[in-house]
Design a protein around this ligand. Structure first.
Ligand SMILES: CC(C)(COP(=O)(O)OP(=O)(O)OC[C@H]1O[C@@H](n2cnc3c(N)ncnc32)[C@H](O)[C@@H]1OP(=O)(O)O)[C@@H](O)C(=O)NCCC(=O)NCCS
Length: 158
């Protein structure tokens, strides 16, 4: 495999990260589940809603987004939040391009985020995944995370 470098996020990456997000999250995001129940909402699909998470992540903590790149092509990313008061680091979103999966890149991105949290002096890290996300449920425990809770999401039409 080509050498993949993990580098800091730059604002000009945002559109590519959004594209990678909507390509990656089929079947593994709350927004898609809601759409499967209720159809389009306000004429927008789950991809439009999910892409907005990237805007939020980039606005909230651009210095804590890490991007995996090889030969000028972005293959993955991970986003983070830091809360110095509680000592908590959180990973809200990550994705690896389908063609680059299963080769340890997701794990490398998580390790980079955990190193960043340590550099920030944080005490613990959290990540969540849906029960239907087989890869997340395998990968996160194998990166040292232990299950602390299960949450059930409800939605209804108004
Ligand atoms: C989650 C994701 C970022 C992981 O990226 P990746 O580069 O494939 O990650 P890695 O190669 O480091 O690890 C994947 C692990 O899952 C395992 N795996 C792959 N398919 C699997 C499956 N169907 N069931 C269980 N485990 C699976 C791989 O064997 C590997 O484990 P190993 O290192 O013990 O062999 C990537 O799959 C992705 O973008 N998914 C869609 C978006 C998503 O789910 N994001 C996270 C939301 S919580």
């Amino acid at each position: 495999m080509m050498d993949i470098a993990i580098r800091l996020y730059r604002p000009e990456d945002l559109d590519t990260l959004k594209r990678l997000t909507v390509e990656s999250f089929t079947g593994v995001t709350l927004e898609h589940n809601v759409e499967q129940q209720f159809g389009l909402i306000k004429g927008r699909d789950w991809r439009w809603r999910k892409a907005r998470h990237m805007d939020e992540d980039a606005a909230a903590n651009p210095a804590g987004i890490f991007v995996a790149e090889a030969g000028g092509k972005i293959l993955g990313y991970i986003t983070t939040r830091v809360d110095h008061e509680t000592g908590k680091g959180r990973i809200p979103n990550m994705a690896v391009a389908a063609a680059a999966r299963g080769q340890g890149l997701g794990r490398r991105l998580i390790e980079r985020a955990l190193d960043y949290f340590r550099e920030q002096g944080l005490e613990y890290a959290m990540i969540e995944t849906m029960a239907q996300n087989a890869i997340g449920n395998h990968l996160y425990p194998s990166c040292g995370f232990v299950e602390v809770a299960r949450q059930v999401h409800f939605a209804r039409k108004l």
